[in-house]
Design a binder for this molecule. Structure first.
Ligand code: CP
Ligand code: NVA
Length: 304
C-alpha cells in the first residue's frame, strides 16, 4: 500500500490486515503498552474543511507512535492563494514523511499523491472517506465478530460516506443496502461495481433496505460545502432517518453507527442516538486506532 486515497485501491486482505493491526494497537493501548515506531517522523495534515475527529485522532495518533503532526489549514497555506496542489506536493515531500489531506475534489487528492514522493492519506473528499470506513468496519467487527454475510444498511444521502461504505462493506463480504432518494444516489460506478461484486441494493424504500439489518448507519443530510443547500435538503431527505420504526424492522440486536457530527432530529432521532451512544462513540474512538494502523502500514510496511 503506497497511499490511502480510496478503499477501491485496497484488496480485502489489505483492509483486513489494517483492521487486525488496529485491533492490536487498541488492545495494547488499553494495557498501557506504548510504541515509538514513528519516532522522528512527521505527518502534515492539510485541511480545506473543518474537522474534530480526523484532526485530533491523526495528531494524537502520530504523537502516540512517537512522531509529530503539523496542522496545515488552507487559510494559512499558499494553496489558499492559488499555489497548485502539484507544487505543494513536491515541496511538502521534501519536509515531511506522510501527508493527510481533507478537501473537496477527489482529483486533488489523486494529484497530490501523484506529485508526492511520500504517502498520501485521504482524510475526506466529496467522493470518499476511507479512514472513517476503516474505523466503521473495525467497530462492526468488534460488536458482531464477523463481517461476511452481515447486512449493513445506510440511510440518507448518497454521499462520500455511502460511497466508501459500499466499497468497504462489499469488499469484506457484507450485504450493503442503501436507502436514499432517487435524486441523491451514491456514485454510479461504485454502485455498478457493487452489484457485480456482491449483494447490493439501492432503494428509496427505507423499511425495505433496513429489513433484517445487522447495522444501521446514517450521516448528515447536508455535508461540508453544502451549507447553502441545507434548507432544500431538509425537504429532500425528510423521513430518511434512523428512528424506532426503522429499528423495529432491523434485527433485534442491530447496532447503530454514525460517522458524526450528528444532527439529531434530522438523520437520527435523539432517542436512538442516545440508546446506541456506546456503539457510536466506540466508532469515533476507533478512528484513532485504525488511522495509527494506516500510518504504520504506510511508513513501516513490514509491520504486522
Ligand atoms: N467523522 C469525521 O470525519 O469527523 P470530523 O469531520 O470531525 O473529522
Ligand atoms: N458527509 C459528511 C461526513 C462528515 C464526516 C461530510 O462530508 O461533511
Amino acid at each position: 500500500m503506497k497511499h490511502l486515497l480510496k478503499l477501491s485501491d485496497l484488496s480485502a486482505a489489505e483492509i483486513e490486515s489494517i483492521l487486525n493491526l488496529a485491533d492490536r494497537l487498541k488492545k495494547e493501548r488499553r494495557m498501557g503498552i506504548h510504541h515509538t515506531y514513528l519516532a522522528g517522523k512527521t505527518l502534515g495534515m492539510i485541511f480545506q474543511k473543518a474537522s474534530t475527529r480526523t484532526r485530533v485522532s491523526f495528531e494524537a495518533g502520530m504523537i502516540q507512535l512517537g512522531g509529530s503532526a503539523l496542522f496545515l489549514s488552507d487559510k494559512d497555506l499558499q494553496i489558499g492563494r492559488g499555489e497548485s496542489i502539484e507544487d505543494t506536493a513536491r515541496v511538502l515531500s521534501r519536509y515531511l514523511d506522510v501527508i493527510m489531506i481533507r478537501t473537496f475534489k477527489q482529483q486533488d487528492v489523486e494529484n497530490l499523491a501523484s506529485y508526492s514522493t511520500i504517502p498520501v492519506i485521504n482524510g475526506l473528499t466529496d467522493y470518499a472517506h476511507p479512514c472513517q470506513v476503516l474505523a466503521d468496519l473495525m467497530t462492526i467487527r468488534e460488536y458482531k465478530k464477523n463481517l461476511a454475510g452481515r447486512t449493513l444498511c445506510y440511510i440518507g444521502d448518497g454521499n462520500n460516506m455511502a460511497n466508501s461504505l459500499i466499497v468497504g462493506g462489499i469488499k469484506l463480504g457484507m450485504k450493503v443496502h442503501i436507502a436514499c432518494p432517487e435524486t441523491n444516489k451514491p456514485d454510479a460506478e461504485i454502485m455498478k461495481w457493487a452489484s457485480e461484486n456482491g449483494e447490493f441494493l439501492c432503494t428509496p424504500d427505507i423499511l425495505l433496505a433496513a429489513k433484517d439489518a445487522d447495522v444501521l448507519y446514517t450521516d448528515v443530510w447536508a455535508s461540508m460545502g453544502q451549507e447553502s443547500e441545507a434548507e432544500e435538503r431538509k425537504k429532500i431527505f425528510k423521513g430518511y432517518q434512523i428512528n424506532d420504526d426503522v429499528l423495529k424492522v432491523a434485527k433485534s440486536d442491530c447496532m447503530v453507527q454514525h460517522c458524526l457530527p450528528a444532527h439529531k432530529g434530522e438523520e437520527i432521532t435523539a432517542d436512538v442516538f442516545e440508546s446506541h451512544a456506546d456503539e457510536i462513540f466506540d466508532e469515533a474512538e476507533n478512528r484513532l486506532h485504525a488511522q495509527k494502523a494506516v500510518l504504520l502500514k504506510l511508513l513501516m510496511p513490514e509491520i504486522d
